[in-house]
Design a protein around this ligand. Structure first.
Ligand code: 13P
Ligand code: SF4
Length: 305
């Protein structure tokens, strides 16, 4: 079968079975072409809470499929490739969180959405890269324990010096490898380009950026900007999508190792097999996790409005 034939068959089967395909922006172009919705983690959560189809196939990583199930417990939700996990989401477990909470008893616990749904059951609110500043600023509590990404946490904390933050020592293994040296090299090679970065990057990178935002934020900024050249400081698929959408502009990766293999293992055949009933993993979560994580994620959606 050719790629086009597989895509046609996916389109036919998803319509027949009333299944919606959600894809994170880090997925490849051929997957975005069969998706009903493409977006960042926040957009995917909102879409998951609104969707009225019978089932959802998530093309992204496990915490995204879990978020979808938590928000739509009556739907069938599949993770297209069961091996797609986000290493950051596994960095802190319940035991570690309880120790931190004991150390910071009067702090509101803000969980980056890149955490397990089990962990979210003991957090006050969840945030994504695009909603974190707004949500932390709207919290009544002036003391915030931000887990697990200290880079995103520090970026948020800088926008609200009146609040006190405590951090965990996690982080995205992909984004943290980019350094100020990479910025220096990229700026030298492309002196007219604007630098757009994800807040999961290190502080030394973020503080040199012309724009800091989520994957969708970066894409929207580049599309609307009058500038013709951009250095992209996030997963390299964003470079590819932007180049595809804006052929008259130029996009350069900030660093070569910015490829998230976890996001990249999902293929068109995974979606095809999932629709054929012989692939993917149907997400099952205990009742208490659906309830506890649901409170944490829904609070994000309410505060994010
Ligand atoms: P977004 O909030 O931009 O979707 O980022 C999620 C993510 O995992 C980035 O690495
Ligand atoms: Fe997780 Fe980083 Fe991959 Fe995003 S880029 S899914 S945070 S490992």
């Amino acid at each position: 079968m050719t790629i086009a034939e597989i895509q046609q068959e996916i389109m036919r089967m998803k319509k027949e079975q009333d299944i919606c395909i959600l894809a994170h922006a880090y997925q490849g172009q051929e997957i975005l072409e069969v998706a009903d919705y493409m977006g960042d983690s926040y957009g995917l959560s909102v879409q998951a809470s609104k969707s009225d189809c019978k089932g959802v196939i998530m093309c992204g990583v496990r915490f995204m499929a879990e978020t979808c199930k938590v928000l739509s417990p009556d739907k069938k939700v599949w993770l297209a490739n069961p091996a797609a996990g986000c290493p950051m989401a596994e960095q802190l477990d319940l035991e570690g969180l309880r120790e931190l909470k004991a150390k910071y008893p009067d702090y509101a616990v803000v969980a980056y959405i890149n955490t397990t749904s089990e962990l979210k059951t003991e957090c006050d609110v969840c945030v994504t890269s695009s909603s974190a500043v707004q949500i932390c600023s709207r919290l009544d509590n002036d003391k915030i324990l931000f887990i697990p990404d200290p880079n995103l946490g520090r970026y948020v904390a800088e926008q609200m010096p009146e609040k006190t933050f405590a951090f965990y020592k996690g982080g995205c293994p992909r984004h943290i490898v980019v350094s100020a040296k990479d910025v220096e090299k990229a700026r030298k090679a492309h002196p007219n380009a604007l630098l757009l970065v994800h807040p999961e990057c290190r502080q030394e990178v973020v503080e040199q950026a012309d724009y800091v935002g989520s994957t969708t934020g970066i894409m929207n900024y580049a599309k609307k900007s009058d500038c013709r050249e951009f250095i992209i400081g996030t997963e390299n698929s964003i470079v590819e999508h932007l180049q595809f959408d804006c052929p008259d502009k130029s996009f350069y990766p900030l660093a070569v190792p910015l490829t998230c293999m976890n996001m990249k293992i999902t293929t068109l055949m995974d979606i095809y097999n999932c629709l054929k009933g012989r692939g993917g993993e149907e997400i099952q979560l205990p009742e208490n996790v659906i309830e506890g994580a649901g409170r944490c994620i829904r609070r994000m959606v309410e505060l994010g409005e």
